[in-house]
Write a protein that binds this ligand. Sequence first.
Ligand code: ZN
Length: 189
Amino acid sequence: MIGDRRSGKFVTPGEKLGVIEEFVPGSGTYVEDGSIYSLVTGHLILDTAKREISIHSNVRPASLPKSGDTVVGQAINVQDRNLVLKISQINNRVSSSLNGVMHVSDVSRNYIKTMFDAFKSGDLIRAKVISTANREFHLTTIDDNLGVVEAFCSQCGHSLIFQKNQLRCPRCKRIERRKIASDYEMSVA
Ligand SMILES: [Zn+2]
């Protein structure tokens, strides 16, 4: 018997859809700490036979990133092991909105314990596409020219500046840690 395919509500990236004890994560989703989240904007589809949750995205961007492409976007959902990047540029060209995902092991050559040590929601990040399987755009910032190009103070929201090997807030003097791109200063100046 073929399972019922129920089309559900409209979801946006980062929305919690269920838990892996109950459902199988399908295309357009990702798993974080046992929970299933949407990676894309679209309609939720539940395959009741397979108990699979997937997202049908009606958004069909004109150009999709390929492996090796450089993308720029804003971190919109930073969690311990993953983040979602709202991609706004592909190879320096403006892109229609789509999302990429990055795992903490793809952040840096150095060991990063948690994503929170490298990125915060709102950061503008330059990354490289390493895989596009199932139309999920997996990203890395392992390279000197990849990482945060603009970060904001988590206390007051001001743009952080890179000075004496530290990212600091010129307004409230807070010092923060990020995996920054080698040209961070120039991109903010
Ligand atoms: Zn500040």
